[in-house]
Design a protein around this ligand. Structure first.
Ligand code: TYD
Ligand code: MG
Length: 454
C-alpha cells in the first residue's frame, strides 16, 4: 500500500511536484506552486471497460479519411485560425489576459455561429445574464439566437446541456466553474482540470462543440489556462499590446489545422472587427527611411504578413551590454550577432542592442534572420535601407543564406503593399511578380558589402 502523499501542483503549467518550492522547475514560474487535493480517478477508469479483454483489430478503429464537416462563423479571421471552421464535438481553449477581449470575441462568435444555424449556449460564470445581454445589445447582437446562462455549478450546466443538446457551448470562464466531486476551491488546479475534463468528455459523447475561455493569471491560487491545454483539441491565445487597438488570435495547438495560424482583429467601440489586411495595419505607423527599420515579408500560417523590425544600437554605459528583444527570439538574436561578428567582422561588443517588432507582433520564423541582421546593421551604421525594400532569408552559422518557403507569396504581398524590391537568398525558388526587383544574396558578408559598403 502506498502512503497517501500530498500533492503540490503548479497553477501555471499544471506540473505535479512531491514538495513545495518557490519556483516550478517545469515552467520556471515563481510562486505558482500550491497544495492541491489529489485528483479523483473517477470517470477515466471506466472508459476502457467495454473493451476490456476483447481484442480490437487496429484497422477497425480507423476512421474514414474524409475531413470532418465544419461550421463557418463567417468571421474569416476566426474560421481560418480554427483550421477552416468549427469541428463538431471539438474542444477548444481560448486563453488570454484579463480584459483583452475574450468575452467580446466569443459573444460575437456565438452570434455568428447561431446565424449560421448552430444552436448555441453561452454560459457566463463571470457576469450576470443581464450584463451579458447588455453587452450583446451594445455589440448590435441583441437579436442573436444565442441562449445565455449565468452559472458556475458544473452539475447544473451539464444537466442543462443534456436536455438542450446545443451544437456549441461557450464556457466563460473555465476558472469560475466548480464541481462538488472535487474538494477544492473554484479556480484551483484540480477544480479547473476536472471541470474541463467533464466538459470535454461531454463534448465528445454528445457531439457538442465546447469552447473554454481561460484567463492568464498571475496569482498562484488561480489555475492558468495551460493546465487544460493537453485536454483540448485546439488551443488559441488572444493577444494584444497595451495601447494598441488590434488583437491577434493565435493557434498554438490544433488537431484540425495548422498550428501557426493567426487571425487579426481590431477592438472598436462596437466590438471586434476583422482586419483582412494585417500587413497594412502593422506598417501603418512606418516612417520613411528610418535607420534601424527593416520590413520583413513573413508568413503566418497560410498567409503572408509584412512587419517592421526596428533596431537601436548604442554605446553601452555599463560593462555588461544590454540585449533587449520584443517580438522575436532572444537566443536567435544572439546567434545573428555572433554570425555578424565571426563571418563579417562586425563586432557589437560594448554596444547595447534593442530589437523590436513594430505593432506588438511576435515573429518566430527563421526566415526573418536576414531582416533582423539588416535592422541591426542599419542601426549600427545609421544608414537606412531603401524604403521600397523588403528583406527575408534564413542565416546559417556559416553566414550562408538559406532559401525559405513561399518566396512568391512573400513577394506578391510586398508588391501589393507598394514595395518594389526584395533582398533574398540567391537560391530562392519561384519568380518575382512583373515589375518587382530582386537582389539575390549568397551570404551575409555579401549582403553587408552591397547594402552598407562594409
Ligand atoms: P472583454 O471581452 O470583457 O475581455 P475579457 O473577456 O478578455 O476579460 O473586453 C474587455 C475590454 O474590451 C474592456 O476593457 C472594454 C473593451 N471593449 C471595447 O473596447 N469595445 C467593445 O465593444 C467591448 C464589448 C469591449
Ligand atoms: Mg471576460
Amino acid at each position: 500500500l502506498m502512503a497517501k502523499s500530498q500533492i503540490f501542483t503548479c497553477s501555471a503549467c499544471g506540473a505535479s511536484h512531491s514538495k513545495w518550492s518557490g519556483r516550478c522547475d517545469a515552467c520556471g514560474e515563481w510562486n505558482s506552486i500550491v497544495e492541491e487535493a489529489p485528483l479523483s480517478t473517477g470517470p477515466g477508469k471506466k472508459a476502457l471497460g467495454g473493451l476490456k479483454g476483447r481484442q480490437v483489430p487496429l484497422l477497425e478503429l480507423n476512421t474514414p479519411e474524409a475531413p470532418p464537416p465544419r461550421s463557418q462563423s463567417g468571421l474569416d479571421e476566426l474560421d481560418r485560425v480554427l483550421g477552416g471552421g468549427l469541428v463538431p464535438a471539438s474542444a477548444t481553449l481560448v486563453g488570454g489576459d484579463p480584459g483583452i477581449g475574450k468575452s467580446t470575441l466569443l459573444l460575437q462568435a456565438a452570434a455568428r455561429f447561431a446565424g449560421a444555424g448552430l444552436s448555441c449556449i453561452y454560459v457566463s460564470g463571470e457576469e450576470a445574464s443581464a450584463q451579458v445581454r447588455m453587452r450583446a445589445q451594445r455589440l448590435g447582437l441583441g437579436d442573436a439566437a444565442v441562449r445565455l446562462a449565468a452559472e458556475t455549478n458544473l452539475r447544473d450546466i451539464l444537466t442543462t446541456l443534456d436536455t438542450e443538446r446545443p451544437d456549441l457551448v461557450i464556457i466563460d470562464s473555465i476558472q469560475t466553474m466548480w464541481t462538488d466531486t472535487v474538494e477544492a476551491a473554484p479556480g484551483s488546479v484540480s477544480q479547473v482540470r476536472s471541470a474541463a475534463h467533464e466538459l470535454v468528455t461531454f463534448a465528445k459523447r454528445r457531439g457538442c462543440s465546447v469552447i473554454l475561455v481561460g484567463h492568464v493569471t498571475k496569482e498562484g491560487q488561480i489555475a492558468g489556462p495551460r493546465v487544460v491545454e493537453h485536454m483540448v483539441d485546439t488551443v488559441l491565445y488572444f493577444e494584444g499590446e497595451r495601447g494598441h487597438q488590434f488583437r491577434i488570435l493565435r493557434a498554438v495547438k490544433n488537431r484540425f489545422g495548422p498550428a501557426d495560424e493567426i487571425g487579426v482583429f481590431e477592438m472598436t467601440g462596437g466590438g471586434l472587427t476583422e482586419v483582412a489586411n494585417p500587413s497594412a495595419l502593422f506598417l501603418s505607423d512606418r516612417e520613411a527611411r528610418a535607420p534601424g527599420a527593416v520590413v520583413f515579408s513573413g508568413i503566418e500560417g497560410t498567409r503572408p504578413v509584412l512587419v517592421e523590425f526596428q533596431a537601436l544600437v548604442a554605446p553601452s554605459p555599463t560593462p555588461q551590454a544590454r540585449r533587449t528583444v520584443v517580438g522575436w527570439d532572444s537566443s536567435r538574436l544572439a546567434m545573428i550577432l555572433a554570425v555578424l561578428e565571426a563571418r563579417c567582422g562586425i563586432p557589437f561588443v560594448g554596444l547595447d542592442v534593442y530589437l523590436n517588432v513594430a505593432g506588438g507582433m511576435r515573429v518566430s520564423e527563421p526566415a526573418a534572420d536576414l531582416a533582423v541582421a539588416a535592422a541591426l546593421l542599419s542601426a549600427r551604421e545609421d544608414a537606412a535601407l531603401p524604403s521600397d525594400m523588403v528583406v527575408f532569408g534564413e542565416i546559417s552559422l556559416s553566414g550562408a543564406l538559406r532559401p525559405v518557403s513561399q518566396t512568391e507569396n512573400r513577394l506578391k504581398e510586398a508588391q501589393k503593399l507598394g514595395f518594389s524590391q526584395a533582398a533574398l537568398p540567391d537560391r530562392s525558388s519561384g519568380s518575382a511578380p512583373t515589375g518587382f526587383g530582386t537582389r539575390p544574396v549568397k551570404d551575409l558578408a555579401t549582403f553587408v558589402g552591397e547594402m552598407f559598403g562594409a
